[in-house]
Design a protein around this ligand. Sequence first.
Ligand code: SDX
Length: 431
Amino acid sequence: MSETQKTATLTIDGATYDLPVYSPTSGPDVLDIRKLYGQAGVFTYDPGFTSTASCESTITYIDGEEGILTHRGYPIGDLAGKSHYLEVCYLLLYGALPTAAELEDFESTITRHTMLHEQMVNFFRGFRRDAHPMAIMVGVVGAMSAFYHDSTDINDPRQREIASHRLIAKMPTIAAMAYKYTIGQPFVSPRNDLDYASNFLRMCFAVPAEDYEVNPILSRAMDRIFTLHADHEQNASTSTVRLASSSGANPFACIAAGIACLWGPAHGGANQACLEMLKEIGSVDRIPEYIARAKDKNDPFRLMGFGHRVYKNMDPRATVMKESADEVLELLGVEDNPLLQVAKELEHIALNDPYFKDKKLFPNVDFYSGIILEAMGFPTSMFTPIFALSRTVGWISQWKEQLSDPAHKIGRPRQLYLGEDVRSYADIENR
Ligand code: SDX
Protein backbone atom coordinates (compact mmCIF):
# COMPACT_ATOMS: atom_id res chain seq x y z
CA MET A 1 0.00 0.00 0.00
CA SER A 2 1.38 3.42 -0.97
CA GLU A 3 1.91 5.97 1.80
CA THR A 4 -0.53 8.88 1.82
CA GLN A 5 -0.78 12.43 3.17
CA LYS A 6 -4.55 12.56 2.74
CA THR A 7 -6.75 11.84 5.75
CA ALA A 8 -10.46 11.81 6.57
CA THR A 9 -11.60 12.80 10.04
CA LEU A 10 -14.32 10.85 11.81
CA THR A 11 -15.99 12.23 14.93
CA ILE A 12 -17.70 9.80 17.33
CA ASP A 13 -19.13 11.00 20.64
CA GLY A 14 -16.91 14.08 20.52
CA ALA A 15 -13.70 12.14 19.84
CA THR A 16 -12.04 12.54 16.42
CA TYR A 17 -10.17 9.89 14.46
CA ASP A 18 -7.99 10.50 11.38
CA LEU A 19 -8.35 7.81 8.72
CA PRO A 20 -5.72 7.54 5.95
CA VAL A 21 -7.16 8.10 2.45
CA TYR A 22 -5.58 6.36 -0.54
CA SER A 23 -6.08 7.45 -4.16
CA PRO A 24 -6.21 4.78 -6.91
CA THR A 25 -5.01 4.91 -10.51
CA SER A 26 -8.71 5.16 -11.44
CA GLY A 27 -11.93 5.10 -9.42
CA PRO A 28 -12.93 6.40 -5.97
CA ASP A 29 -10.56 7.10 -3.07
CA VAL A 30 -10.61 4.57 -0.24
CA LEU A 31 -10.67 5.18 3.53
CA ASP A 32 -8.33 2.90 5.48
CA ILE A 33 -10.42 1.73 8.45
CA ARG A 34 -8.11 -1.09 9.57
CA LYS A 35 -7.28 0.66 12.87
CA LEU A 36 -10.76 2.06 13.51
CA TYR A 37 -11.93 -0.78 15.78
CA GLY A 38 -8.73 -0.60 17.85
CA GLN A 39 -8.96 3.19 18.16
CA ALA A 40 -12.70 3.85 18.37
CA GLY A 41 -14.14 0.43 19.28
CA VAL A 42 -16.56 0.50 16.34
CA PHE A 43 -17.02 -1.64 13.20
CA THR A 44 -18.14 -0.32 9.83
CA TYR A 45 -21.34 -1.81 8.37
CA ASP A 46 -21.60 -2.83 4.70
CA PRO A 47 -23.65 -6.03 4.05
CA GLY A 48 -22.66 -7.37 0.61
CA PHE A 49 -19.47 -5.28 0.69
CA THR A 50 -20.70 -3.06 -2.16
CA SER A 51 -19.05 0.04 -0.67
CA THR A 52 -15.95 -1.78 0.54
CA ALA A 53 -12.58 -2.27 -1.15
CA SER A 54 -11.52 -5.76 -0.04
CA CYS A 55 -8.00 -5.62 -1.47
CA GLU A 56 -5.49 -3.82 -3.64
CA SER A 57 -5.40 -5.09 -7.20
CA THR A 58 -3.75 -4.26 -10.51
CA ILE A 59 -5.63 -6.77 -12.66
CA THR A 60 -9.06 -5.42 -13.69
CA TYR A 61 -10.81 -2.08 -13.42
CA ILE A 62 -14.56 -1.41 -13.83
CA ASP A 63 -16.28 1.98 -14.03
CA GLY A 64 -19.96 1.13 -13.58
CA GLU A 65 -21.22 4.61 -14.44
CA GLU A 66 -19.19 4.92 -17.65
CA GLY A 67 -19.49 1.25 -18.64
CA ILE A 68 -15.70 0.77 -18.68
CA LEU A 69 -13.90 -2.58 -18.22
CA THR A 70 -10.12 -2.89 -18.59
CA HIS A 71 -7.71 -5.77 -17.98
CA ARG A 72 -4.23 -4.52 -17.01
CA GLY A 73 -5.30 -1.19 -18.58
CA TYR A 74 -6.47 -2.59 -21.94
CA PRO A 75 -10.17 -1.89 -22.74
CA ILE A 76 -12.28 -5.03 -23.13
CA GLY A 77 -13.44 -3.91 -26.59
CA ASP A 78 -9.83 -3.87 -27.86
CA LEU A 79 -9.05 -7.26 -26.30
CA ALA A 80 -12.23 -8.87 -27.66
CA GLY A 81 -11.60 -7.41 -31.11
CA LYS A 82 -7.81 -7.75 -31.48
CA SER A 83 -6.64 -10.39 -28.99
CA HIS A 84 -7.68 -13.94 -28.16
CA TYR A 85 -8.40 -15.84 -24.97
CA LEU A 86 -5.00 -17.43 -24.28
CA GLU A 87 -3.25 -14.10 -24.90
CA VAL A 88 -5.69 -12.48 -22.44
CA CYS A 89 -4.91 -15.31 -20.00
CA TYR A 90 -1.21 -14.44 -20.25
CA LEU A 91 -2.02 -10.74 -19.75
CA LEU A 92 -4.13 -11.44 -16.64
CA LEU A 93 -1.56 -13.85 -15.16
CA TYR A 94 1.63 -11.91 -15.87
CA GLY A 95 0.50 -8.27 -16.23
CA ALA A 96 1.76 -7.56 -19.77
CA LEU A 97 0.95 -8.62 -23.32
CA PRO A 98 3.33 -11.43 -24.36
CA THR A 99 5.96 -11.24 -27.08
CA ALA A 100 5.48 -13.70 -29.94
CA ALA A 101 7.96 -16.11 -28.29
CA GLU A 102 6.31 -15.80 -24.87
CA LEU A 103 2.87 -16.41 -26.38
CA GLU A 104 4.05 -19.45 -28.31
CA ASP A 105 5.63 -20.93 -25.18
CA PHE A 106 2.53 -20.22 -23.07
CA GLU A 107 0.12 -21.68 -25.63
CA SER A 108 2.32 -24.76 -25.96
CA THR A 109 2.33 -25.23 -22.16
CA ILE A 110 -1.43 -24.89 -21.90
CA THR A 111 -2.05 -27.18 -24.88
CA ARG A 112 0.12 -29.90 -23.32
CA HIS A 113 -1.71 -29.79 -20.00
CA THR A 114 -5.24 -30.29 -21.39
CA MET A 115 -5.46 -34.01 -20.57
CA LEU A 116 -6.95 -35.12 -17.25
CA HIS A 117 -5.38 -37.84 -15.05
CA GLU A 118 -6.96 -41.02 -16.47
CA GLN A 119 -8.08 -42.19 -13.02
CA MET A 120 -10.19 -39.02 -12.62
CA VAL A 121 -12.60 -40.45 -15.19
CA ASN A 122 -13.90 -42.61 -12.33
CA PHE A 123 -15.25 -39.50 -10.58
CA PHE A 124 -17.62 -38.84 -13.47
CA ARG A 125 -19.03 -42.35 -13.24
CA GLY A 126 -20.13 -41.66 -9.66
CA PHE A 127 -22.66 -39.04 -10.79
CA ARG A 128 -26.20 -39.70 -12.04
CA ARG A 129 -26.52 -39.07 -15.77
CA ASP A 130 -28.93 -36.22 -15.06
CA ALA A 131 -26.50 -34.47 -12.69
CA HIS A 132 -26.08 -30.75 -13.40
CA PRO A 133 -22.68 -30.22 -15.09
CA MET A 134 -21.88 -27.56 -12.48
CA ALA A 135 -22.24 -30.17 -9.72
CA ILE A 136 -19.80 -32.37 -11.63
CA MET A 137 -17.34 -29.49 -12.14
CA VAL A 138 -17.36 -28.52 -8.46
CA GLY A 139 -16.66 -32.13 -7.52
CA VAL A 140 -14.02 -32.91 -10.13
CA VAL A 141 -12.09 -29.64 -9.72
CA GLY A 142 -12.04 -30.08 -5.95
CA ALA A 143 -10.80 -33.63 -6.47
CA MET A 144 -7.86 -32.37 -8.56
CA SER A 145 -6.11 -31.65 -5.25
CA ALA A 146 -6.10 -35.44 -4.69
CA PHE A 147 -4.22 -36.03 -7.96
CA TYR A 148 -1.88 -33.10 -8.46
CA HIS A 149 0.01 -33.03 -5.16
CA ASP A 150 3.05 -31.51 -6.89
CA SER A 151 1.18 -28.21 -7.37
CA THR A 152 -0.65 -27.68 -4.08
CA ASP A 153 2.10 -25.96 -2.05
CA ILE A 154 0.85 -22.37 -2.19
CA ASN A 155 4.15 -21.07 -0.79
CA ASP A 156 6.13 -22.33 -3.79
CA PRO A 157 5.84 -19.86 -6.72
CA ARG A 158 6.68 -22.57 -9.26
CA GLN A 159 3.92 -24.85 -7.88
CA ARG A 160 1.51 -21.90 -7.98
CA GLU A 161 2.37 -21.41 -11.64
CA ILE A 162 1.97 -25.11 -12.49
CA ALA A 163 -1.41 -25.21 -10.72
CA SER A 164 -2.47 -22.11 -12.69
CA HIS A 165 -1.51 -23.70 -16.01
CA ARG A 166 -3.21 -26.99 -15.11
CA LEU A 167 -6.47 -25.29 -14.18
CA ILE A 168 -6.61 -23.09 -17.30
CA ALA A 169 -5.71 -26.07 -19.49
CA LYS A 170 -7.98 -28.70 -17.94
CA MET A 171 -11.19 -26.75 -17.36
CA PRO A 172 -12.38 -27.14 -21.01
CA THR A 173 -11.68 -30.88 -20.82
CA ILE A 174 -13.60 -31.20 -17.53
CA ALA A 175 -16.52 -29.10 -18.83
CA ALA A 176 -16.71 -31.09 -22.07
CA MET A 177 -16.51 -34.40 -20.16
CA ALA A 178 -19.31 -33.22 -17.84
CA TYR A 179 -21.44 -32.48 -20.91
CA LYS A 180 -20.66 -35.76 -22.68
CA TYR A 181 -21.37 -37.71 -19.50
CA THR A 182 -24.82 -36.15 -19.08
CA ILE A 183 -25.81 -36.98 -22.67
CA GLY A 184 -24.40 -40.50 -22.52
CA GLN A 185 -21.79 -40.03 -25.23
CA PRO A 186 -18.15 -41.16 -24.98
CA PHE A 187 -15.56 -38.64 -23.84
CA VAL A 188 -13.54 -36.97 -26.61
CA SER A 189 -9.86 -36.42 -25.83
CA PRO A 190 -8.26 -33.02 -26.41
CA ARG A 191 -6.04 -32.59 -29.47
CA ASN A 192 -2.79 -30.64 -29.59
CA ASP A 193 -3.27 -29.41 -33.15
CA LEU A 194 -6.36 -27.33 -32.28
CA ASP A 195 -6.61 -23.92 -30.66
CA TYR A 196 -8.22 -23.63 -27.23
CA ALA A 197 -11.77 -22.78 -28.36
CA SER A 198 -11.76 -25.25 -31.27
CA ASN A 199 -10.54 -28.00 -28.94
CA PHE A 200 -13.43 -27.31 -26.57
CA LEU A 201 -16.05 -27.32 -29.33
CA ARG A 202 -14.67 -30.57 -30.72
CA MET A 203 -14.57 -32.23 -27.26
CA CYS A 204 -18.23 -31.25 -26.84
CA PHE A 205 -19.67 -32.00 -30.27
CA ALA A 206 -17.46 -34.64 -31.95
CA VAL A 207 -18.74 -38.25 -32.02
CA PRO A 208 -16.70 -41.35 -32.91
CA ALA A 209 -18.98 -42.15 -35.85
CA GLU A 210 -17.95 -39.14 -37.94
CA ASP A 211 -15.30 -36.44 -38.34
CA TYR A 212 -15.96 -33.07 -36.75
CA GLU A 213 -14.81 -29.91 -38.50
CA VAL A 214 -14.78 -26.79 -36.33
CA ASN A 215 -16.43 -23.83 -38.03
CA PRO A 216 -13.99 -20.87 -37.65
CA ILE A 217 -16.82 -18.40 -37.02
CA LEU A 218 -18.12 -20.55 -34.17
CA SER A 219 -14.66 -21.04 -32.65
CA ARG A 220 -14.04 -17.28 -32.92
CA ALA A 221 -17.36 -16.60 -31.17
CA MET A 222 -16.52 -19.24 -28.53
CA ASP A 223 -13.09 -17.66 -27.97
CA ARG A 224 -14.73 -14.24 -27.64
CA ILE A 225 -17.17 -15.58 -25.03
CA PHE A 226 -14.20 -16.94 -23.08
CA THR A 227 -12.42 -13.57 -23.30
CA LEU A 228 -15.49 -11.54 -22.26
CA HIS A 229 -15.95 -13.65 -19.12
CA ALA A 230 -12.27 -13.92 -18.13
CA ASP A 231 -12.19 -11.60 -15.12
CA HIS A 232 -14.38 -8.97 -13.50
CA GLU A 233 -12.78 -7.36 -10.42
CA GLN A 234 -13.96 -8.52 -6.96
CA ASN A 235 -17.31 -10.11 -7.93
CA ALA A 236 -18.97 -12.69 -5.69
CA SER A 237 -17.12 -15.76 -6.98
CA THR A 238 -13.74 -14.03 -7.13
CA SER A 239 -14.22 -12.79 -3.58
CA THR A 240 -15.07 -16.39 -2.62
CA VAL A 241 -11.81 -17.61 -4.16
CA ARG A 242 -9.84 -14.89 -2.33
CA LEU A 243 -11.48 -15.69 1.00
CA ALA A 244 -10.89 -19.45 0.55
CA SER A 245 -7.27 -18.74 -0.39
CA SER A 246 -6.76 -16.55 2.69
CA SER A 247 -7.03 -19.65 4.90
CA GLY A 248 -4.18 -21.30 2.95
CA ALA A 249 -6.45 -23.73 1.05
CA ASN A 250 -4.92 -25.34 -2.04
CA PRO A 251 -5.64 -23.80 -5.49
CA PHE A 252 -8.00 -26.57 -6.63
CA ALA A 253 -10.14 -26.22 -3.48
CA CYS A 254 -10.23 -22.43 -3.95
CA ILE A 255 -11.35 -22.68 -7.59
CA ALA A 256 -13.97 -25.31 -6.64
CA ALA A 257 -15.34 -22.76 -4.12
CA GLY A 258 -15.46 -20.13 -6.89
CA ILE A 259 -17.36 -22.53 -9.18
CA ALA A 260 -19.89 -23.20 -6.41
CA CYS A 261 -20.52 -19.48 -5.88
CA LEU A 262 -20.73 -18.71 -9.61
CA TRP A 263 -23.53 -21.31 -9.97
CA GLY A 264 -26.14 -19.01 -8.37
CA PRO A 265 -28.75 -17.45 -10.73
CA ALA A 266 -27.95 -13.95 -9.46
CA HIS A 267 -24.37 -14.44 -10.66
CA GLY A 268 -23.01 -16.84 -13.27
CA GLY A 269 -26.19 -18.93 -13.30
CA ALA A 270 -28.00 -15.97 -14.90
CA ASN A 271 -27.20 -17.06 -18.47
CA GLN A 272 -29.02 -20.36 -17.93
CA ALA A 273 -31.82 -18.59 -16.03
CA CYS A 274 -32.11 -16.01 -18.84
CA LEU A 275 -32.68 -18.61 -21.57
CA GLU A 276 -35.12 -20.48 -19.36
CA MET A 277 -36.96 -17.20 -18.81
CA LEU A 278 -37.09 -16.55 -22.58
CA LYS A 279 -38.47 -20.06 -23.10
CA GLU A 280 -41.06 -19.47 -20.35
CA ILE A 281 -42.13 -16.19 -21.96
CA GLY A 282 -42.32 -18.11 -25.23
CA SER A 283 -43.72 -15.40 -27.50
CA VAL A 284 -43.49 -11.65 -27.99
CA ASP A 285 -47.12 -11.05 -26.99
CA ARG A 286 -46.43 -12.40 -23.48
CA ILE A 287 -43.57 -9.97 -22.77
CA PRO A 288 -45.78 -7.26 -21.15
CA GLU A 289 -46.97 -9.78 -18.56
CA TYR A 290 -43.37 -10.51 -17.53
CA ILE A 291 -42.31 -6.86 -17.60
CA ALA A 292 -45.17 -6.16 -15.17
CA ARG A 293 -44.02 -9.00 -12.93
CA ALA A 294 -40.42 -7.65 -12.94
CA LYS A 295 -41.76 -4.30 -11.72
CA ASP A 296 -44.01 -5.82 -9.05
CA LYS A 297 -42.26 -5.51 -5.68
CA ASN A 298 -44.36 -8.38 -4.35
CA ASP A 299 -43.22 -10.67 -7.14
CA PRO A 300 -39.71 -12.18 -6.74
CA PHE A 301 -39.43 -12.47 -10.53
CA ARG A 302 -36.46 -10.63 -12.01
CA LEU A 303 -35.60 -10.13 -15.68
CA MET A 304 -32.67 -12.53 -15.87
CA GLY A 305 -29.81 -11.10 -17.94
CA PHE A 306 -30.70 -7.55 -16.94
CA GLY A 307 -29.16 -5.34 -14.30
CA HIS A 308 -25.81 -5.41 -12.57
CA ARG A 309 -24.36 -4.75 -9.15
CA VAL A 310 -21.82 -2.34 -10.62
CA TYR A 311 -22.72 -1.34 -14.18
CA LYS A 312 -25.36 1.37 -14.17
CA ASN A 313 -25.10 1.85 -17.91
CA MET A 314 -24.52 -0.74 -20.62
CA ASP A 315 -22.30 -3.66 -19.65
CA PRO A 316 -19.43 -3.17 -22.16
CA ARG A 317 -19.19 -6.93 -22.57
CA ALA A 318 -22.83 -7.10 -23.66
CA THR A 319 -22.10 -4.63 -26.46
CA VAL A 320 -19.38 -6.90 -27.90
CA MET A 321 -21.39 -10.05 -27.20
CA LYS A 322 -24.34 -8.64 -29.13
CA GLU A 323 -22.15 -8.30 -32.26
CA SER A 324 -21.09 -11.95 -31.90
CA ALA A 325 -24.69 -13.02 -31.43
CA ASP A 326 -25.68 -11.44 -34.75
CA GLU A 327 -22.70 -13.09 -36.55
CA VAL A 328 -23.39 -16.56 -35.14
CA LEU A 329 -27.15 -16.44 -35.70
CA GLU A 330 -26.69 -15.27 -39.27
CA LEU A 331 -24.12 -18.03 -39.90
CA LEU A 332 -26.44 -20.65 -38.45
CA GLY A 333 -29.41 -19.19 -40.30
CA VAL A 334 -31.38 -18.93 -37.08
CA GLU A 335 -31.89 -15.19 -36.99
CA ASP A 336 -35.59 -16.04 -37.05
CA ASN A 337 -35.14 -18.13 -33.90
CA PRO A 338 -38.33 -17.47 -31.86
CA LEU A 339 -36.24 -17.19 -28.68
CA LEU A 340 -34.14 -14.52 -30.37
CA GLN A 341 -37.27 -12.66 -31.41
CA VAL A 342 -38.44 -12.65 -27.80
CA ALA A 343 -34.95 -11.57 -26.63
CA LYS A 344 -34.73 -8.70 -29.14
CA GLU A 345 -38.25 -7.44 -28.32
CA LEU A 346 -37.61 -7.80 -24.57
CA GLU A 347 -34.38 -5.81 -24.92
CA HIS A 348 -36.18 -3.10 -26.92
CA ILE A 349 -39.03 -2.81 -24.41
CA ALA A 350 -36.76 -2.85 -21.35
CA LEU A 351 -34.41 -0.24 -22.80
CA ASN A 352 -37.36 2.11 -23.42
CA ASP A 353 -39.43 1.44 -20.32
CA PRO A 354 -39.13 4.23 -17.69
CA TYR A 355 -38.93 1.69 -14.83
CA PHE A 356 -35.86 -0.01 -16.27
CA LYS A 357 -34.32 3.23 -17.49
CA ASP A 358 -34.76 4.87 -14.06
CA LYS A 359 -33.29 1.83 -12.30
CA LYS A 360 -30.57 1.58 -14.97
CA LEU A 361 -31.37 -2.03 -15.78
CA PHE A 362 -29.55 -2.81 -19.03
CA PRO A 363 -28.79 -6.18 -20.64
CA ASN A 364 -25.66 -7.66 -19.05
CA VAL A 365 -23.11 -10.10 -20.42
CA ASP A 366 -25.35 -13.06 -19.66
CA PHE A 367 -28.23 -11.81 -21.81
CA TYR A 368 -26.45 -12.33 -25.13
CA SER A 369 -24.05 -15.12 -24.22
CA GLY A 370 -26.99 -17.43 -23.54
CA ILE A 371 -28.46 -16.69 -26.97
CA ILE A 372 -25.16 -17.54 -28.71
CA LEU A 373 -24.62 -20.72 -26.72
CA GLU A 374 -28.19 -21.85 -27.40
CA ALA A 375 -27.66 -21.24 -31.14
CA MET A 376 -24.40 -23.23 -31.01
CA GLY A 377 -26.33 -26.22 -29.70
CA PHE A 378 -25.36 -26.17 -26.02
CA PRO A 379 -28.09 -27.10 -23.52
CA THR A 380 -28.78 -24.34 -20.98
CA SER A 381 -27.19 -26.53 -18.29
CA MET A 382 -23.82 -25.99 -20.01
CA PHE A 383 -24.00 -22.18 -19.99
CA THR A 384 -22.64 -21.67 -16.48
CA PRO A 385 -19.91 -24.34 -16.84
CA ILE A 386 -18.70 -22.34 -19.87
CA PHE A 387 -18.74 -19.19 -17.74
CA ALA A 388 -16.76 -21.08 -15.03
CA LEU A 389 -14.26 -22.33 -17.65
CA SER A 390 -13.75 -18.75 -18.87
CA ARG A 391 -13.48 -17.20 -15.40
CA THR A 392 -10.90 -19.70 -14.11
CA VAL A 393 -8.05 -17.49 -15.37
CA GLY A 394 -9.53 -14.50 -13.52
CA TRP A 395 -9.96 -16.45 -10.32
CA ILE A 396 -6.44 -17.89 -10.48
CA SER A 397 -4.88 -14.51 -11.36
CA GLN A 398 -6.57 -12.90 -8.36
CA TRP A 399 -5.53 -15.90 -6.23
CA LYS A 400 -1.89 -15.47 -7.31
CA GLU A 401 -2.04 -11.71 -6.67
CA GLN A 402 -3.34 -12.22 -3.14
CA LEU A 403 -0.68 -14.86 -2.33
CA SER A 404 2.07 -12.59 -3.68
CA ASP A 405 1.20 -10.03 -0.97
CA PRO A 406 3.31 -11.05 2.06
CA ALA A 407 1.01 -8.98 4.30
CA HIS A 408 -2.18 -10.81 3.35
CA LYS A 409 -4.08 -12.36 6.26
CA ILE A 410 -7.03 -14.73 6.72
CA GLY A 411 -10.27 -12.92 5.92
CA ARG A 412 -12.56 -12.51 8.94
CA PRO A 413 -15.53 -10.07 8.60
CA ARG A 414 -17.35 -9.06 11.81
CA GLN A 415 -21.09 -8.41 12.34
CA LEU A 416 -23.81 -6.23 13.84
CA TYR A 417 -25.13 -8.64 16.49
CA LEU A 418 -28.87 -8.20 17.21
CA GLY A 419 -29.47 -11.52 18.94
CA GLU A 420 -30.27 -12.28 22.59
CA ASP A 421 -28.12 -10.87 25.38
CA VAL A 422 -26.49 -13.37 27.79
CA ARG A 423 -29.21 -15.45 29.56
CA SER A 424 -29.36 -18.52 31.89
CA TYR A 425 -29.98 -22.03 30.65
CA ALA A 426 -33.52 -23.20 31.53
CA ASP A 427 -33.97 -26.93 32.32
CA ILE A 428 -36.55 -28.54 30.07
CA GLU A 429 -39.12 -28.91 32.87
CA ASN A 430 -39.00 -25.14 33.37
CA ARG A 431 -39.46 -24.06 29.71
C1 SDX B 1 -22.97 -11.46 -13.29
O1 SDX B 1 -20.49 -8.76 -9.99
C2 SDX B 1 -20.13 -9.11 -11.18
O2 SDX B 1 -19.22 -8.56 -11.73
C3 SDX B 1 -20.94 -10.24 -11.76
C4 SDX B 1 -20.65 -10.56 -13.22
C5 SDX B 1 -19.25 -11.07 -13.41
O3 SDX B 1 -18.75 -10.99 -14.55
O4 SDX B 1 -18.69 -11.66 -12.45
O5 SDX B 1 -20.83 -9.41 -14.01
C6 SDX B 1 -21.57 -11.64 -13.74
O6 SDX B 1 -23.31 -11.97 -12.27
C7 SDX B 1 -23.89 -10.54 -14.08
C8 SDX B 1 -25.29 -10.37 -13.39
C9 SDX B 1 -26.09 -11.62 -13.76
N1 SDX B 1 -27.37 -11.63 -12.99
C10 SDX B 1 -28.56 -11.51 -13.59
O7 SDX B 1 -28.71 -11.20 -14.78
C11 SDX B 1 -29.75 -11.79 -12.69
C12 SDX B 1 -30.78 -10.67 -12.86
N2 SDX B 1 -30.19 -9.44 -12.29
C13 SDX B 1 -30.56 -9.16 -10.91
O8 SDX B 1 -30.67 -10.28 -10.07
C14 SDX B 1 -29.76 -7.99 -10.37
O9 SDX B 1 -29.71 -7.03 -11.33
C15 SDX B 1 -28.38 -8.20 -9.82
C16 SDX B 1 -28.31 -9.29 -8.82
C17 SDX B 1 -27.42 -8.48 -10.93
C18 SDX B 1 -28.01 -6.92 -9.14
O10 SDX B 1 -28.97 -6.77 -8.12
P1 SDX B 1 -29.02 -5.45 -7.29
O11 SDX B 1 -27.67 -5.12 -6.78
O12 SDX B 1 -30.15 -5.52 -6.32
O13 SDX B 1 -29.33 -4.38 -8.38
P2 SDX B 1 -29.61 -2.91 -8.03
O14 SDX B 1 -29.29 -2.58 -6.61
O15 SDX B 1 -28.98 -2.08 -9.08
O16 SDX B 1 -31.23 -2.85 -8.19
C19 SDX B 1 -31.80 -1.62 -8.37
C20 SDX B 1 -33.28 -1.90 -8.41
C21 SDX B 1 -33.80 -2.74 -7.26
O17 SDX B 1 -35.12 -2.29 -7.03
P3 SDX B 1 -35.38 -1.29 -5.78
O18 SDX B 1 -34.95 -2.04 -4.53
O19 SDX B 1 -34.53 -0.06 -6.04
O20 SDX B 1 -36.86 -1.03 -5.82
O21 SDX B 1 -33.63 -2.62 -9.61
C22 SDX B 1 -34.26 -3.84 -9.24
C23 SDX B 1 -33.89 -4.12 -7.80
O22 SDX B 1 -34.93 -4.86 -7.20
N3 SDX B 1 -33.70 -4.86 -10.13
C24 SDX B 1 -34.41 -5.59 -11.00
C25 SDX B 1 -33.46 -6.37 -11.69
N4 SDX B 1 -32.24 -6.10 -11.23
C26 SDX B 1 -32.38 -5.17 -10.24
N5 SDX B 1 -35.73 -5.65 -11.27
C27 SDX B 1 -36.11 -6.50 -12.23
N6 SDX B 1 -35.25 -7.30 -12.95
C28 SDX B 1 -33.93 -7.25 -12.70
N7 SDX B 1 -33.09 -8.01 -13.41
